[in-house]
Design a protein around this ligand. Structure first.
Ligand code: SF4
Length: 310
């Protein structure tokens, strides 16, 4: 089973089908913070989260949305040709502000030329009724995706990484969005400290048991100056995922994924100069090529084992 030249339903394939051409994501920083950092839920945030609120490639938060667009388009022009864009509010928690501020920001992004949709990264506990009403409004108006961080369905690991919500809360967040017919994208991290292969596969199965429309498989990065970096310095054994093992687990994850769910990512993304581990991930193209070869050599494709989820 293939989607274009890939054995999984990639975001690129989905967007080309939906919009008739390549669509690029413009990654934005809307100047938000996060309740898991500012003390509302906890201080310090998720242990893996960088000082940029996991928005390493987002625009400059000191600039307007318009200027961030300009900068990012300029950068992308050198690599890809594209005339359509999705505004991606990535850094920190992008529904954690007054609805007036949210509306102003989302409208600014939508008013940019050739923007065909918005993607909003947030937490499942930051979906008040007012926020949900606002999201419903944008869901009518444009193509909307809301991205929620699950990372793991193992709540013990959730506590260890200071995620600040549990999988029940995540499930409720998905339900609230789906009651309004809003597309939900789930983030999963493979390789979290002390997680076994079974934990990771359980997370994949859990995510697939929910009504989600997209999934991002990230590999755990230990980024300089994060809490996780400190944990790693105390005990380097918390990171022990080799590239071969990551690819093997990812192969199973992809096989278990519902073929109707769009796979947005199969690795993570971090700035080379900030990566402490895994150093093997620095050669991103080599990793991607190895993943694709592994899937082909083992005749693995998305949905091959999906029925095992049931
Ligand atoms: S919820 Fe997101 S922004 Fe907040 S601490 Fe966790 S990863 Fe960072």
């Amino acid at each position: 089973m293939r989607w274009g030249n890939k054995p999984y339903y990639s975001l690129d394939y989905f967007l080309r089908e939906k919009f008739g051409e390549k669509v690029m994501k413009i990654t934005l920083d809307g100047g938000f913070t996060c309740p898991n950092r500012d003390g509302k839920i906890s201080f310090g945030g998720c242990t893996f989260c960088s000082s940029r609120g996991s928005g390493e490639f987002a625009g400059d938060r000191l600039k307007s949305i318009h200027d961030q667009f300009k900068d990012q388009k300029e950068m992308m022009k050198k690599k890809w040709k594209s005339n359509k864009y999705i505004a991606y509010f990535q850094a920190y928690t992008n529904t954690y502000a007054s609805t007036d501020y949210l509306k102003k920001l989302y409208d600014e992004a939508l008013s940019e030329e050739n923007v065909v949709g918005i993607s909003i990264g947030t937490r499942p506990d930051c979906l008040s009724d007012e926020v949900l009403d606002l999201l419903s409004y944008y869901n009518e108006k444009t193509f909307l995706m809301v991205e929620l961080g699950l990372q793991t369905s193992n709540d013990k690991t959730g506590e260890l990484i200071n995620r600040g919500h549990d999988s029940k809360c995540f499930k409720e967040g998905v339900q609230k969005l789906r009651e309004r017919n809003i597309n939900v994208i789930t983030h999963v991290i493979l390789g979290l400290p002390h997680e076994t292969e079974e934990d990771m596969i359980n997370t994949v199965k859990f995510a697939n048991s929910l009504d989600i429309q997209g999934i991002k498989y990230h590999l755990l990065y230990i980024i300089k100056n994060t809490k996780l970096h400190k944990d790693y310095l105390k005990d380097p054994s918390i990171y022990n995922l080799s590239m071969e093992k990551y690819i093997e687990i990812l192969g199973e994850a992809i096989s278990l994924t519902n073929p109707k769910i769009v796979i947005h990512r199969i690795t993570g993304d971090a700035k080379r100069e900030d990566i402490i581990e895994p150093l093997w991930s620095i050669k991103k193209w080599e990793v991607l090529n190895s993943i694709h070869s592994y899937l082909d050599q083992n005749n693995l494709y998305q949905g091959k084992l999906f029925n095992r989820n049931l």
